[in-house]
Design a protein around this ligand. Structure first.
Ligand SMILES: NC(=O)c1ccc[n+]([C@@H]2O[C@H](COP(=O)([O-])OP(=O)(O)OC[C@H]3O[C@@H](n4cnc5c(N)ncnc54)[C@H](O)[C@@H]3O)[C@@H](O)[C@H]2O)c1
Length: 351
């Protein structure tokens, strides 16, 4: 009997080459993941967190989830090392993902996971924009020019193809230049420009404002957010409490999770400045149509996601299917036969 176990290995380049940097695919996978979770069709245990430095929050987290109907179980093993960019000039976040089938419990894929993880962050913002941004949005402003900001620009452009101009402010003008250099060829119909670290110039008058920074400070001021704007908050503490206070609708990926974390809305909740009934709804309620999205062109809307790892597994599964269909990846033999079937086992055993 054949007791071989194989899975497919996909590098980031395999996934990119197969067309997996596809925000529409990621948004659809995240939407169906959220609906499946709401319907009790996702097993989603607590994540496991190992923090190696309390000051810098350098950590590795283990985030599993199972989609019962698709019969797929996955885990994201994600490293977050915030000092990496400034200390070593390398990325903060890196991840790998394992997918297993649940008929025999064998792994089917081992894949690079940073692309999937960043796609998920962008996809959540893109889904929010579909429901909460003005349909005629033309100008988008970024505070922060890192990896999440770049993916968010693709997500927002996917959700609102009417976007024509992008302004970006970061801690250094060099980072803004890097953002423009990398994003301009991908979005040739957009005018993308740095602001010389002028945060107000990036946000003021924009139809969509995004903060994606490693700062822990109230960078975004309420007076910069115009009526009719969507604000998408990605990092930790990034905006003045007044931004949420003046918003007509506040939507989260999951408010019960958000309120126990450390970003601005969580701080406001702890400080008694924000209550459960100030939250319009969770993102899934907009997807299902149970709650309305934007109802007035002058509404200010506020979206905050902390990350629902089952959405990562849902997106990873979609990426795996696409990459496999494209014939990408390499066969990874996990075992040829069972342990005691090996003819030469007696030569290998150490007693
Ligand atoms: N919500 C989620 O699901 C989710 C997922 C992943 C990452 N994040 C968070 O998103 C944030 C951004 O992550 P990243 O990977 O893009 O980080 P990054 O290190 O690549 O980029 C951070 C950016 O913040 C900018 N910045 C820092 N301080 C600033 C200041 N005072 N003024 C202006 N700009 C400033 C930097 O210039 C840089 O452009 C982090 O806080 C990260 O923890 C959130």
């Amino acid at each position: 009997m054949n007791h071989q176990i194989h899975c497919q290995y996909f590098s980031q380049e395999d996934l990119l080459g197969a067309g997996c940097l596809d925000m529409t695919m990621a948004m659809e996978a995240a939407e169906s993941a959220m609906l499946a979770y709401r319907d009790g069709r996702v097993l989603f245990p607590e994540k496991i967190v190992q923090i190696f430095n309390d000051d810098t929050q350098e950590r590795i987290n283990c985030l599993p989830a199972t989609f019962v109907d698709e019969k797929i179980c996955g885990v994201k093993w994600v490293s977050v090392f915030p000092p990496n960019p400034t200390r070593h000039g390398i990325q903060n976040l890196s991840a790998v993902i394992i997918l297993s089938e649940i008929e025999h419990g064998f792994p089917v894929a081992f894949m690079e996971g940073t692309l999937c993880s960043n796609l998920r962050v962008g996809a959540m913002g893109g889904i929010a924009a579909k429901h909460l941004a003005r349909e005629d949005a033309e100008v988008i402003g970024f505070i922060g020019a890192g990896e999440q900001a770049k993916m968010h620009l693709i997500a927002m452009k996917t959700a609102r193809p009417s976007l024509r101009r992008c302004r970006v402010a970061a801690k250094t003008a060099g980072e803004e230049e890097g953002f423009v250099r990398e994003m301009a060829p991908i979005l040739p119909d957009m005018e993308i420009a740095g602001t010389g670290t002028d945060l107000a110039a990036a946000a003021t008058g924009a139809d969509i404002v995004v903060t994606a920074t490693s700062a822990q400070a109230p960078l975004l001021k309420p007076e910069w957010v115009k009526p009719g704007a969507l604000y998408s908050h990605i990092g930790g503490w990034e905006d003045d409490y007044g931004v949420a206070r003046q918003s007509d609708k506040i939507v989260c990926d999951d408010w019960d999770t958000v309120k126990h974390r450390t970003q601005t809305l969580s701080r406001m909740y702890r400080d008694g400045e924000l209550h459960d009934d100030d939250i319009h709804c969770n993102l899934v309620d907009l997807i299902s149509g149970d709650k309305p999205g934007r109802q007035d062109p002058e509404e200010r809307t506020y979206f905050n996601a902390v990350g629902l790892a089952y959405a990562d597994v849902g997106i990873a599964h979609a990426m795996y299917r696409r990459a496999r269909e494209a014939g990408m990846g390499q066969d990874l033999k996990i075992q040829n036969e069972m342990i005691f079937e090996h003819a030469h086992l007696k030569d290998w055993v150490r007693l």
